[in-house]
Design a protein. Structure first.
Length: 166
């Protein structure tokens, strides 16, 4: 039996905008319905918490790659918390474990994850990240980061990218 694809939703914890939270929540529901695995940075904050909530409400499977030495700050609803003790260095684990990365918003940690994903030649979808973010990453890695405006568009972009990997 083939393993389901792992879709990383990356985005700000503290400082996430309401739109980022809604987008992460809605996209995670779609990921769960598709039978894919959700992966986030795992904390009970911002985009990470919103994504795990959406996935759990649909009965999906989710993984959180936690920065600390315990699972005390893990988002509720997460299926598997992975405690790393790596701090922000866990961003590389997030990226390399995911088949496709979707950025919901763009804090400093998220920008590092996008850059690591592009360097690793992982497909990236920028969900409502703004024209400045797209312009930056398009300049650094032309045509690797696809901007979209809605969770539904992000889901279709992920589906397309996964089909191209098979």
């Amino acid at each position: 039996m083939a393993r389901p694809p792992v879709i990383g939703i990356m985005g700000p914890g503290i400082g996430a905008r309401p739109g980022d939270l809604d987008n992460a929540y809605r996209l995670a529901r779609l990921i769960a319905r598709a039978g894919w695995t959700l992966l986030t940075g795992g904390r009970n904050e911002g985009v990470m918490a919103a994504a795990h909530k959406g996935c759990a409400e649909e009965g999906g499977f989710s993984i959180g790659i936690l920065p600390g030495k315990t699972a005390a700050d893990a988002a509720p609803g997460m299926t598997v918390p992975i405690v790393t003790g790596l701090g922000s260095a866990r961003n590389n684990v997030n990226v390399l474990t995911s088949n496709v990365i979707v950025a919901c918003g763009a804090g400093l940690g998220t920008v590092s994850e996008i850059a690591l994903a592009l360097k690793a030649e992982k497909p990236v979808v920028l969900l409502a990240c703004g024209p400045e973010t797209h312009a930056l990453f398009n300049k650094l890695a032309p045509h690797w980061a696809q901007p979209v405006d809605t969770p539904e568009q992000a889901f279709e972009a992920v589906r397309y990218k996964l089909a191209g990997m098979g």
